[in-house]
Design a protein around this ligand. Structure first.
Ligand SMILES: O=C(O)CCC(=O)C(=O)O
Ligand SMILES: [Fe+2]
Length: 207
């Protein structure tokens, strides 16, 4: 049995809240924000009904497929919001008091899927906003590091089934994040990042 399962058994059903108190920004985590049963249902349904795509991007003169599947909702060129996504959005909005109008879904099919170090692009207006990140399915590490200050220790945050991570509006300006590949035998993970765009057109959020 892995360490995470032991912890799960130990305080089953307890919601845990962590405020990382990072310099220059806000980073807050609610574990078991969604109950296990609701999280199981959301994972299954989102996996099945989302029109997943594997996007490509240009890197050093090569066109490479993203090592994960994605879907984008809201705005002029996003998909139409579904009742399920609106329910999840309403739950996070209620907890943090921020209203979002876009969501990017990432599906990490197994340990080979990942997202490389990046900070998320600002909205087309150039303004950075808070981002609400929700995870269903397998636990994967979310690594965080400051862009300049080496005196601030990097963080490794395991994002668990049903968790909600709130990145404050200055987070993308000061910090980068990354979900590494893993050689552990892992199942699928779906991550939803709720965002704010203050223009009708959408930005390409992850570079
Ligand atoms: O999967 C995650 O936890 C992070 C995804 C991410 O960084 C992004 O979509 O910009
Ligand atoms: Fe990101």
């Amino acid at each position: 049995m892995t360490l995470f399962e032991d912890i799960d058994l130990f305080d089953e059903g307890r919601k845990r809240f962590t405020d990382y108190q990072l310099p220059d920004t806000e980073l807050k985590l609610w574990e078991r924000f969604f109950e296990k049963k609701a999280s199981d249902d959301y994972f299954k349904a989102l996996k099945a009904v989302t029109p997943w795509q594997q996007r490509t991007r240009k890197m050093y003169d090569k066109i490479l497929p993203d090592p994960r599947l994605t879907a984008f909702y809201g705005g002029q060129n996003g998909l139409e919001w579904t009742p399920m996504l609106l329910d999840i959005k309403a739950a996070v909005e209620m907890a943090c008091g921020i209203t979002f109008n876009r969501v990017l879904l990432n599906y990490y099919r197994d340990g080979n899927d990942s997202v490389s170090w990046h900070s998320d692009n600002p909205s087309s207006s150039g303004q950075h906003h808070a981002i609400a990140s929700v995870t269903f399915g397998e636990t994967r590490l979310f690594k965080v590091r400051h862009k300049e200050r080496r005196d601030i220790l990097p963080l490794d945050i395991p994002l668990t089934h049903g968790s909600f991570l709130l990145m404050g509006e200055t987070m993308q300006a000061y910090y980068e994040h990354h979900v590494p590949k893993t050689s552990r035998e892992v199942g699928g993970r779906i991550n939803l990042t709720f965002r704010i765009s203050d223009t009708v057109e959408n930005t390409n959020y992850v570079t």
